[in-house]
Design a protein around this ligand. Structure first.
Ligand SMILES: Nc1ncnc2c1ncn2[C@@H]1O[C@H](COP(=O)(O)OP(=O)(O)O)[C@@H](O)[C@H]1O
Ligand SMILES: [Mg+2]
Length: 460
């Protein structure tokens, strides 16, 4: 019954319906043939019975001492053609049975002259078909009514009808058997356009949000219309998100950096110590909110882009060098030396370069900001088991026993952060990027002290 549930298979439902129609047609064929065959066999038997009865009736002759009955062998051999059937006859003259079975059932009404009357009636243990012919013969003083009956069992007729009906049943079964593959085929052809449409939509790239213009049967037009409406709304929502991310970054960062610059100028000009303390804490606050805002937007960007993942060839070593160059001033300010090792040749992977860059930026940012002065941050590239790997190792404070799984939760910061600013989104971003690109991320404290973060991505 699963085929009839709303979430069952339409194809199965259609096949079942087609087969049901085929079965009904096959049964109807059987019964039509059966009743036609019955009638035809009966008509054939009637024709022979009628001829025989009429012929006997016609052979009755008036003689001087009564009526002479001549039961010709030819008459009965004609009836023998019907197979193994038994014959019964009765001849009544003037209402008296003169020969044959006197209890053979008479016709319901006396038949018209010489035209045989046919009827069926049970007799002894059998079902008989009987022909009755009436005539009158002039004997002596006047006409005498004569009635001739011949009854025959119906086995031969039934055998003919049965054999025809059996053949019809065989044809019906054959028809049904043929209907099985045909209905499967026709159900398949009905659903082909739907499958082709689904394939066409499925083949599209994640960024392909053009309306679907695939040719489809008229019945699919409402579905196609709804799908295109949905695609259009999605396109609108996505472009709004994209615009929002881009504009928000600009509209938040710019005023914040203005506030920061102004506060720094005020700090330089101020002689009053309490004001200087306030200004310093203000600068720290502005810095923290700028970082938070940029991390939040980064996170939004990562979620947005991993949703509609772009897959292009990316050289991981190029991304590493770019990120290292971008962090050079920050590292110098904190007296941390940033060293890139093992970056010879290309380390090709596939994915969205912006996502990879965002992950690396977060790793390098963490390594620098959680390190002390005059330490090293080493960024190493390597190939392993079909993956390209970048390791960021620092000589900083370590993880104080916290695990990567704990630290990677959104907005979660470790107990080791001290007065280092942060929003707790960096490792979340890295984990999401690794997941989106089919890679792995690991963060552990090294035995020699310091932390080592490693990001592996599938090599091309
Ligand atoms: N290189 C590192 N050294 C020490 N601790 C780290 C390092 N990287 C990450 N952590 C710990 O993991 C936490 C989560 O990191 P992250 O998600 O980048 O947030 P945030 O850096 O904004 O605090 C940090 O708060 C810190 O406790
Ligand atoms: Mg961080």
């Amino acid at each position: 019954m699963r085929a009839f549930l709303p979430n069952g298979s339409l194809r199965a439902k259609l096949v079942v319906q087609l087969l049901a129609v085929a079965a009904v047609l096959a049964v109807a064929l059987y019964f039509t043939v059966r009743s036609t065959a019955d009638r035809a066999a009966e008509a054939a038997q009637d024709a022979i019975l009628g001829a025989a009865t009429t012929s006997i009736a016609e052979q009755l002759r008036a003689t001087e001492d009564g009526i002479e009955v001549d039961l010709a062998y030819a008459t009965f051999s004609m009836l023998g053609a019907m197979g193994q059937d038994r014959l019964f006859y009765r001849i009544d003259i003037a209402g008296e049975t003169v020969t044959g079975y006197s209890d053979l059932p008479p016709p319901p009404a006396r038949p018209a002259s010489l035209a045989p009357e046919f009827y069926s009636s049970p007799y002894l243990d059998a079902d008989l078909r009987i022909a009755a012919v009436a005539r009158s013969i002039v004997v002596g003083k006047g006409p005498v009514p004569v009635l001739v009956l011949i009854g025959q069992t119906r086995q031969g007729q039934a055998a003919i009808a049965d054999s025809l009906a059996n053949r019809a049943a065989l044809i019906g079964v054959g028809f049904f058997v043929l209907a099985v593959p045909l209905s499967l085929l026709s159900a398949g052809s009905v659903f082909n356009p739907i499958n082709r449409l689904a394939e066409a939509v499925g083949r599209r790239g994640p960024r392909d949000l053009r309306p679907v213009r695939h040719p489809a049967p008229r019945e699919l037009a409402p579905l196609l219309g709804a799908l295109n409406g949905f695609v259009a709304r999605l396109r609108g929502a996505l472009s709004q998100t994209e615009t929002f991310i881009a504009e928000a970054a600009h509209h938040i960062r710019t005023p914040l950096s203005t506030v920061r610059t102004e506060a720094e100028i005020a700090l330089r000009q101020s002689e009053d110590e309490p004001t200087r303390v306030r200004l310093r804490s203000m600068i720290r606050g502005v810095e923290a909110s700028a970082r938070s805002a940029s991390q939040l937007l980064d996170h939004a960007m990562v979620l947005y882009r991993s949703d509609q993942l772009e897959r292009v060839e990316v050289d991981l070593s190029a991304v590493v060098r770019n990120v290292a160059r971008a962090f050079e001033p920050t590292a110098e300010l904190r007296e941390v030396s940033l060293i890139v090792t093992g970056g010879d040749g290309a380390f090709m992977t596939q994915g969205d370069p912006l996502l990879i860059e965002s992950a690396l930026r977060n790793l390098v940012d963490n390594a620098i900001k959680y390190s002390g002065t005059e330490t090293e941050v080493r960024i190493g590239l390597s190939r392993e088991h079909g993956m390209v790997q970048v390791k960021v190792a620092d000589q900083g404070r370590g993880l104080s026993g916290a695990s990567m799984a704990q630290l990677a939760v959104r907005f979660t910061r470790g107990g080791n952060v001290g007065d280092v600013v942060g929003s707790g989104l960096g490792l979340t971003i890295v984990t999401e990027v690794a997941q989106a690109l089919g890679g792995q991320f690991d963060l552990r404290e090294m035995e020699t002290g310091g932390t080592c973060a490693s990001l592996s991505l599938p090599a091309l």
